[in-house]
Design a binder for this molecule. Structure first.
Ligand SMILES: C[S@@+](CC[C@H](N)C(=O)[O-])C[C@H]1O[C@@H](n2cnc3c(N)ncnc32)[C@H](O)[C@@H]1O
Length: 221
């Protein structure tokens, strides 16, 4: 099982090499999210698990971006990037647990998680918090690698699963389980990155619930 301490340790180790290892190769997915959320002037955007801030230069300059991450080492690099590239649209970068955020309810227009859902200890808490801080009419978008349906890659990921703590993510993270456990109402799902390795998932800020007779699936915002 991953826990916050293991994640901090893992990303403390990754930080220096992160951009080289996971920068260019996963950048199409980051671009796809920024395009998907259709930024409007003045939008308040929250990026959870912002890491070293590889996505920050992709946002238009007329939005207001807040980034949070649990790893101070990753976040320091995001802060360096902000200063180096004069990213004045990035208003705040803070160390914070995305599963327990200190923001008020319903204050962001768009909330995004790039390659984070398979990293946090409890994806349901992450989604609950993203929904809480997002306006009811807001947009919530994820990009992540999910357990491969390819038998070779899928088996390899299952083999690596016991090493989640050392790796800092769950290699066998299932898309279906993510949707089922979090009650996300996916409005748009499509693959991104080379070889369709990752999936972008947009969800409405509503949660599924079952009617009392358990016959109808309803949405509540
Ligand atoms: C795979 S990296 C992705 C970084 C960045 N989003 C990107 O596109 O490269 C996952 C990030 O999520 C952060 N993270 C993991 N669990 C977290 C949590 N509970 N709260 C906030 N950040 C978390 C990690 O520290 C790490 O920086």
């Amino acid at each position: 099982m991953l826990d916050i301490h293991a994640i901090e340790l893992a990303y403390g180790r990754y930080a220096r090499f992160y951009d080289v290892m996971f920068g260019a190769i996963f950048q199409p997915g980051r671009r796809a999210i920024v395009k998907q959320i259709d930024c409007r002037p003045g939008d308040r955007i929250l990026e959870v698990g912002v890491g070293t801030g590889l996505s920050l230069p992709l946002y238009p300059r007329d939005v207001m971006v807040t980034g949070i991450d649990i790893s101070p080492d990753m976040l320091n690099l995001a802060q360096d990037r902000k200063v180096r590239n004069q990213l004045d649209h990035v208003l705040r970068l803070s160390v914070m647990d995305a599963q327990d955020m200190e923001f008020e309810d319903s204050i962001f227009d768009k909330v995004v998680a790039m390659y984070v859902a398979s990293v946090v200890p409890n994806p349901s808490l992450l989604v609950d918090e993203m929904r809480r801080v997002c306006k009811p009419s807001g947009r919530i978008v994820f990009v992540n690698h999910f357990h491969s349906r390819n038998p070779v890659f899928g088996s390899l990921e299952s083999l690596l699963a016991p090493l989640s703590k050392q790796l800092g993510f769950h290699p066998d993270f299932s898309l279906q389980q993510f949707i089922d456990e979090t009650g996300l109402m996916a409005t748009n799902i499509h693959s991104v990155n080379m070889f369709h390795f990752c999936t972008m998932l947009e969800a409405s800020n509503s949660k599924l619930y079952y009617s009392e007779d358990m016959k109808h699936v309803c949405a509540v915002s």
